[in-house]
Ligand binder design. Structure first.
Ligand code: MF3
Ligand code: CO
Ligand code: CO
Length: 317
């Protein structure tokens, strides 16, 4: 049998490294949530550790009804925060807006206290892949920033993120953001009952390759419902052996992180902030969805059907 030729490792060096690099800023004290708002169980466990996932991958009708609400709330909050993105605004300020937007809706910001995470939202700037902690750093003209909101309400989570442009952004970064969003859409289009799960990663990787973009492998999508992260794993790259068929009622995220350069990850000393190993930029978009009888239902949209991807990132299309 002929040996399959190995694709040489993808090394791209024509895109400049993001400069200046993002540095750790000052992180303000943890915010509080009124005791009347129900917390996810991990918040009161040691270290905020959720422990092993025990929930079914498939939602009951009642859970699904609650997830529609949590998804809509997450989408509303993401829109509210996204509208405030502008040069000079600190990520700390975005966290404050996100926090208050949860509280007024009776929702708990799922990141706050999750495994010790100190803030209510993740803000990931330029070469930060994900899990950026809001701090005193002000957004600069030319930055790109991902805002990742997860809202917990009525016992379930809605998880969604968007990458937005700050002022006048270079062409490489604009392509990165536009095509990362497109990769998510193409992946969502694959979802339906009976479809093997690896169709998701295949769609993303195929699209990324067309634009010479990397696909991060160290962070993946996940089952989501009564638990923030279930044991269901959704890689964003093609995994030949992951042929498990999707079933109606399965709820999960797709959240591709694409890069302008290498796909390696480095974690800062804060134990959260994940940056690209080569310092080149990266973008991410995320939706929570459920497999429907005839395809897919995206849950992280407002009751009017809108989302930050379309309202705030549409100008990029
Ligand atoms: N929202 C992220 C996700 O998409 C998880 C953030 S965990 C946190 O899965 F602790 F960093 F907030
Ligand atoms: Co997620
Ligand atoms: Co998220």
């Amino acid at each position: 049998m002929a040996k399959r030729k190995r694709r040489p490792p993808r090394v791209r060096t024509d895109v400049p490294v993001s400069d200046p690099p993002v540095r750790l800023g000052l992180v303000s004290p943890m915010r509080t949530v009124p005791a009347t708002i129900a917390r996810p169980p991990y918040v009161t466990l040691p270290g905020g550790e959720p422990g092993p996932s025990v929930s079914s991958p498939i939602r009951t009708a009642d859970e699904l009804a609650r997830m529609r609400k949590a998804g809509a709330v997450g989408a509303e909050i993401l829109l509210e925060v996204g509208r405030e993105v502008a040069p000079g605004v600190s990520t700390e300020k975005l966290d404050q807006i996100a926090h208050e937007a949860h509280v007024v809706r009776g929702a708990y910001p799922s990141p706050l206290g999750y495994r010790g995470y100190p803030k209510s939202v993740c803000t990931s700037v330029n070469e930060v892949i994900c899990h950026g902690i809001p701090d005193s750093r002000q957004l600069q003209d030319g930055d790109i920033v991902n805002i990742d909101v997860t809202a917990y309400i009525d016992g379930v989570h809605g998880d969604t993120s968007v990458t937005l442009l700050v002022g006048d952004v270079d062409d490489h970064s604009r392509t990165l953001v536009r095509e990362t969003r497109r990769a998510l859409e193409l992946a969502i289009d694959e979802v339906g009952p009976g479809v093997p799960f690896n169709a998701i990663g295949r769609a993303i990787e195929t699209h990324a390759r067309r634009f010479d973009l990397g696909v991060v492998r160290d962070f993946i999508g996940h089952g989501v419902g009564t638990e923030f992260h279930t044991s269901l794993q959704i890689p964003h790259y093609y995994e030949r052996t992951f042929t498990l068929p999707m079933q109606e009622g399965m709820s999960f995220t797709i959240e591709p992180m694409l890069t302008l350069g290498e796909i390696g990850v480095h974690i800062w000393d804060d134990a959260w902030t994940a940056v690209t190993s080569d310092g080149r930029r990266t973008a991410q978009f995320e939706h929570t969805m459920v497999v429907a009888a005839d395809g897919v239902e995206v849950l992280t949209r407002t009751s009017g059907g809108s989302c930050a991807h379309e309202e705030l990132a549409e100008a990029l299309a």
